[in-house]
Design a protein around this ligand. Structure first.
Ligand code: NAD
Length: 297
């Protein structure tokens, strides 16, 4: 079997079109434009790319974006003061601090400082807890939410399936497992989480109908670890050297695409799979934040 591709570019385009239409409706009806503040501390090149992509997507969808770029030596107190100001500003609906922050700043303090009503990354314990308790009407973690939308819009039924999540990070693995196991249209799967201490990982993945790979190890999952016909979602974004590429490197996922494509029924490519969905769902969370502020949700 050679898998069909799940096209994240196409699916995110459809999601973004829905968001843009809702934004236009809010502006027309309430005279309020959804607004997202994105804070970047320092000059990490990858972070600069992510922030400018978010900025651009906001502009495309009619969301106002306020980009705040701070020097790398910004103190924790200075950053917290800026967050407090944004928390108090009713014209700002969502606040995001691009990760990672420089080492003098405690990332957890930053997460806790953002008003849960503006926490569009869904990192605050209030929003994580709300989601874990089965309330999916608030903010949802962008990358796992994007994965569930990819599955739903590709016609993949999760109910009763064996799903395996590779990785247990707070931003991808853990919420992904919770969403797939939830009593919800995108859930009802039997979920196993694998991590760096999992013994005989292949024995687990070979039982999986759906695998979500989020470990940050280039081309980790191989074809011989995958059951015939499985659905494979590759969250990984890894830059590896490639002398044939113009800039000397290229992006690969956590899945060894060439061997896994021969076994899977559906697979996401990297790039063009999960990546564009993460931003699309961030825009949706910003819309939810605005609707909640207007009490139209
Ligand atoms: P992380 O480094 O925080 O977590 C990696 C997880 O993988 C850990 O829980 C660890 O236990 C597990 N792991 C490590 N080695 C393992 C092994 N040998 N077997 C099984 N599990 C193992 O990473 P993260 O933030 O969750 O990101 C994972 C990947 O997803 C990265 O490549 C990252 O760049 C990418 N990512 C992509 C998006 C997107 O929008 N597409 C968003 C977030 C992260």
């Amino acid at each position: 079997m050679s898998a069909n591709l799940i096209n994240g570019n196409e699916i995110s385009k459809a999601v973004n079109a829905e968001t843009a239409a809702e934004v236009a409706e809010i502006v027309a009806k309430y005279g309020v434009r959804p607004a997202l503040a994105v804070i970047l501390v320092g000059e990490d090149p990858a972070s600069q790319v992510y922030v400018s992509r978010k900025d651009k997507k906001c502009a495309e969808l009619g969301i106002r974006s306020e980009k705040i770029v701070l020097p790398a030596d910004t103190t924790e107190a200075e950053l917290l003061a800026i967050i407090a100001k944004l928390n108090a500003d009713p014209s700002i609906h969502g606040i995001l601090v691009q990760s990672p922050v420089p080492k003098q700043i405690d990332e957890q303090k930053v997460v806790l400082a953002i008003d849960p009503a503006k926490d569009v990354d869904c990192f605050h314990p209030f929003n994580v807890g709300r989601m874990m308790l089965g309330d999916f009407s608030g903010f949802l973690p962008c990358t796992p939410w994007g994965v569930t939308v990819l599955l739903e819009r590709s016609g993949v039924v999760t109910r009763g399936k064996n799903a395996v999540v590779l990785g247990r990070s707070n931003i991808v693995g853990k919420p992904m497992a919770a969403m797939l196991a939830a009593k919800a249209p995108f859930g009802d799967a039997t979920v196993t989480v694998c991590h760096s201490h999992t013994r005989d990982l292949a024995a687990v993945t070979l039982q999986a109908d759906i695998i979500v790979a989020a470990l940050g190890i280039p081309r980790f999952l191989k074809g011989d670890q995958v059951k015939e016909g499985a659905v494979i979602i590759d969250v990984g974004i890894n830059r590896i050297p490639d002398p044939t590429a113009k800039n000397g490197c290229r992006l690969v996922g956590d899945v060894d695409f060439d061997s896994v494509v021969e076994k899977a029924s559906l697979i996401t490519p990297v790039p063009g799979g999960v990546g564009p969905m993460t931003i699309a769902m961030l825009m949706k969370n910003t819309l939810r934040a605005c609707r909640a502020a207007l009490k139209t949700a």
